[in-house]
Design a protein. Structure first.
Length: 444
């Protein structure tokens, strides 16, 4: 029974599906030449010598295939992360009543999918009204939308006298999600905007954090009465608490450029690798705590994902991250790409940036001056350096790094905490400082 497979490849429809091969041409030429010489010279042995070729061709061509082979690429659609196993394959089906003597199949794959034997052609036979599958197990090396295919096949039938035109099928996409490095932030959020959640706010309400003791007022619950203070003061007093609220976290991804070379899950990391993996880890942490998470690209397109919470938002975040690409902004378009009005005043803004483009530092300073709670995460690889072109390249690199350190120092002076991404606990110290600053009343 043939498996149900969609989107099979098709052959070129500009001419016949099956064409004669050189073997058929040589057979016809040799048979005709022997018959012609036998008649011209009156030699019966030459005619008898041509008979096997003519009879063999007639027997093989008594049934000629009419349909082209069908080629289909299959790939695993399950949740796949970097370093996970890929289950892919190429299926060749024969819809005709004539079997294929030989089918040569070759498939191309993304360089970030290490599939076994995908770099060479396969030869197989397919019976009439049958199918054959080539398994291509392997490993996913890097996040993103990777392709298995396209694949091409060409079949030979009728003893090799006929061959089909090449059949090409489209590539099949495989979604490889970024691996989430272990991340945990124990510090409280600087601001809370929702009505319920896991973070302690500065507003009184029903919660678990004690805010103080005050006199009883109409509407207070009896279970909140503090009898020890009430007996001492001869007046009813109640314990007031701070409400527990959720927070909004905005992950701002700097995609103005790419620095460094990606080596996959077991190699070095480029800026985009660190940015995407860190964004996935931070989003997973806060979404599991019940907070709302949104994403925004700092690039020419300024892609945005609206804030939401829950498991569904986490899956949406992973899908959104698959399409992150370097997206430089032209100088004349810079002013219209991003502004503080794009960011909620109560959101914690985590900016993932290599701080290579000067406009990224300007953006951080603008957000801080507008009163937003900003944390900058440095995503530049420690060993990042331009390729050596001449004897002045190392000196220029040292000067560039010194200038970059000056930019980091000026950002810290302006109240922008900058921390290098290091997985779990990366943001604890800076979140503590941001939460402390948030507790100070803002000036009007």
């Amino acid at each position: 029974m043939r498996p149900a497979v969609p989107a099979a490849g098709t052959a070129d429809q500009s001419g016949p599906v099956w064409v004669p091969t050189r073997a058929l041409g040589r057979t016809v030429l040799l048979t005709g030449l022997l018959l012609l010489l036998g008649v011209a010279l009156g030699r019966v042995d030459l005619v008898l010598l041509a008979a096997p070729f003519a009879i063999g061709a007639a027997i093989n061509l008594r049934r000629v295939p009419a349909a082209a082979p069908e080629v289909t690429i299959s790939a695993d659609e399950s949740y796949l992360v970097e370093g996970g196993e890929v289950d892919a394959g190429v299926t060749v089906a024969n819809p005709d009543a004539v079997g294929y003597d030989l089918v040569v199949v070759r498939a191309r794959t993304s360089p970030w999918l290490r599939l076994e034997h995908s770099d060479r052609p396969f030869a197989l036979t397919v019976a009439a009204d049958g199918w054959a599958t080539i398994d291509l197990p392997g490993e996913a090396l890097r996040w993103g939308r990777q392709d298995v295919g396209p694949a091409a096949a060409r079949a030979a039938a009728c003893g090799g006298l006929l061959a089909s035109r090449p059949v090409v099928t489209h590539a099949r996409g495989v979604r490889v999600y970024p691996i989430t490095e272990p991340f945990k932030a124990t510090e409280a959020m600087p601001a809370a905007a929702g009505l319920v959640g896991a973070h302690r706010s500065r507003r009184p309400g029903e919660g678990g954090e004690l805010a103080g003791v005050r006199q009883f007022a109409p509407g207070d619950r009896l279970r909140r009465i503090d009898w020890r203070v009430s007996l001492r003061t001869r007046d009813l007093h109640v314990a007031s608490t701070l409400s527990d609220r959720d927070a909004e976290v905005l992950l701002l991804l700097d995609v103005l450029g790419e620095v460094g070379l990606s080596g996959g899950v077991r190699g070095g990391s480029s800026v985009l690798d660190t940015t995407v993996r860190a964004a996935a880890a931070i989003a997973e942490h806060y979404l599991h705590r019940g907070d709302r998470v949104s994403l925004l690209e700092y690039g020419s397109t300024a892609r945005r994902l609206r804030p939401a919470s829950g498991r569904r938002q986490y899956l949406t975040v992973l899908e959104w991250l698959l399409d992150v690409r370097p997206d430089p902004v032209e100088t004349e378009q810079y002013e219209n790409v991003f502004g503080a009005h794009h960011v909620s005043s109560s959101a914690l803004v985590v900016v993932l940036t290599p701080l290579v483009d000067p406009r990224a530092a300007d953006m951080l300073a603008q957000l801080t001056q507008s009163g937003r709670y900003v944390v900058a995460v440095d995503t530049l690889p420690p060993q990042a350096a331009p390729p050596v072109k001449n004897q002045w390249t190392p000196l220029a690199t040292r000067l560039w790094r010194m200038e970059r350190e000056n930019v980091l120092g000026r950002l810290r002076e302006h109240g922008v905490p900058v921390v290098a991404w290091a997985g779990a606990g990366s943001l604890d110290l800076v979140l503590r400082d941001v939460a402390r600053l948030a507790s100070v009343p803002r000036g009007h």
